[in-house]
Design a protein around this ligand. Structure first.
Ligand SMILES: [Zn+2]
Length: 74
């Protein structure tokens, strides 16, 4: 997988977030894969062999969690 550098992270998130409830870049989430609290705006984007882009945990590539693994922090 190849990292994609995103210049406008807010715009990218709005255009590519798969659910209606788009988080803010400043929101905190818990990543279920690495069990760390991450800041949404630190997300990374990787492109797979099929040219699909996925929004990953900020700890990628060490963590293979994607945005579906992000849970609310209470
Ligand atoms: Zn993670």
């Amino acid at each position: 997988m190849e990292e994609v550098i995103i210049k406008n992270k807010e715009k990218y998130l709005q255009e590519n977030y798969p659910f209606v409830d788009i988080p803010k870049l400043t929101d905190k989430k818990r990543c279920l894969h690495c069990d760390e609290i991450i800041t949404v705006g630190d997300y990374k984007v990787y492109r797979d062999e099929n040219n699909m882009e996925f929004i990953y945990c900020s700890n990628a590539p060490e963590c293979n969690g994607t945005l579906i693994d992000w849970w609310p922090v209470d």
